[in-house]
Design a binder for this molecule. Structure first.
Ligand code: COA
Length: 332
């Protein structure tokens, strides 16, 4: 049975940088509050003309270049996003059209902050089954157009942001490299703690002026509950996965936690008994880009030369759904 290895990575963020000081001109907040509570110093937001599809295209092109493959080599697209350009279809088809051209399959995965890990599990399963040999996997998000950029929405507006990360996965015959396994979960009883209520097909019409006036189209979050669950579920998931693989946290060369909040990442690190050097954080520069945080972090680590052949890389995420989980792979 083939294993799947990461052949190349890429990322893209919008040109516009929004600093904490700029945010404090739009709402009652401060650089000090945002840094202390979240670790975030700046983030990127799209400008008119920039879309999820355009960010994904740039990130994907970079991943293909890094992998040394062309769009003709790609057999399928898996596209993780909770913020597609339109209600329907998903965004994978735009990448199919703009990057590949041939009518290859394109699957959108809606697992919010856990989207990249869920997407990786699907792509890995397709490769192991022998169905496809090279898959483009994207995590991409445009949150800024769905946030309440005012004091009423300050709890989310200072955290969430836009960006894209992509990897090319390829089938390999090496059993000592590539994706090792996953630990995946969900709990829909918590769905309304971090969600976008509307537009929704349960409403007639799906969105109305009244719903917009009530702000039901904005991302809404019970931050404390999310925090409380995230710091427990991510370490629990990593430990479950490592135990199944007969490994321990000490074996981790690099942990890529979903970039939700720097305090969450630090608590995950301590809970797993890891050294700061085993964990990568870049939320300071990008904020929380939902499904894009992990592939962006991975691309930065790869380009900085942080990974060596055979390194154990673990990814873990927690977010809206609630959905959470972890993935482990041996680099190379
Ligand atoms: N600037 C200034 N004050 C703010 C603020 C902001 N951007 N956002 C909220 N506040 C205020 C609140 O209104 C509240 O004021 P009050 O005490 O007068 O009511 C106060 O700060 C404390 O709010 P609280 O929500 O209790 O703060 P917190 O310490 O829990 O931190 C979060 C808030 C959002 C940073 C924190 O809950 C968090 O990080 N949660 C997880 C978020 C996350 O990871 N989401 C994505 C998961 S995928």
């Amino acid at each position: 049975m083939p294993t799947s290895t990461i052949l190349g990575t890429g990322m893209a963020v919008p040109d516009r940088i929004v600093t904490n000081d700029e945010l404090s001109t739009m709402m009652d907040t401060s650089d000090e509050w945002i840094r202390t509570r979240t670790g975030i110093e700046q983030r990127h937001w799209v400008s008119p003309g920039e879309t999820g599809a355009s960010l994904a295209l740039t990130a994907s092109t970079r991943a293909l270049d890094a992998a040394g493959v062309t769009p003709d080599d790609i057999d399928a697209i898996v596209y993780a996003t909770s913020t597609p350009d339109h209600f329907a279809p998903g965004n994978g088809v735009y990448l199919q059209q703009q990057l590949v051209g041939r009518p290859i399959p394109a699957l959108d995965v809606r697992a919010q902050c856990s989207g990249f890990i869920y997407g990786l599990s699907v792509a890995d399963a397709w490769i192991r089954a022998g169905q496809y040999r090279r898959i483009l996997l994207v995590g991409c998000e445009v949150q800024s157009t769905g946030m309440d950029i005012s004091t009423a929405g300050r709890d989310t507006a200072v955290i969430f942001a836009d960006g894209a990360g992509a990897v090319v996965l390829g089938a390999s015959d090496r059993a000592d490299r590539g994706v090792l396994g996953f630990d995946l979960h969900s709990d829909g009883s918590q769905a309304e703690r971090l969600w976008v209520d509307a537009p929704g097909s349960m409403y007639h019409p799906r969105i109305s002026q009244e719903m917009v006036a009530e702000g039901r189209h904005f991302l809404s979050m019970e931050g404390r509950e999310v925090f409380r669950n995230a710091v427990v579920k991510m370490p629990e998931s990593v430990n479950t996965l490592l135990a199944a693989l007969q490994r321990s946290p000490a074996d981790i060369a690099l942990l890529l936690p979903h970039q939700a909040n720097l305090r969450i990442s630090e608590m995950v690190q301590k809970s797993l008994g890891l050294e700061p050097g085993q964990v990568y954080n870049n939320i300071q520069r990008y904020g929380n880009t939902t499904a894009a945080t992990i592939p962006i972090a991975l691309d930065e680590c790869v380009r900085a030369g942080r990974l060596r052949e055979g390194d154990l890389v673990v990814m873990t995420a927690f977010g809206s759904g609630f959905m959470w989980g972890s993935a482990a792979l041996l680099w190379g």
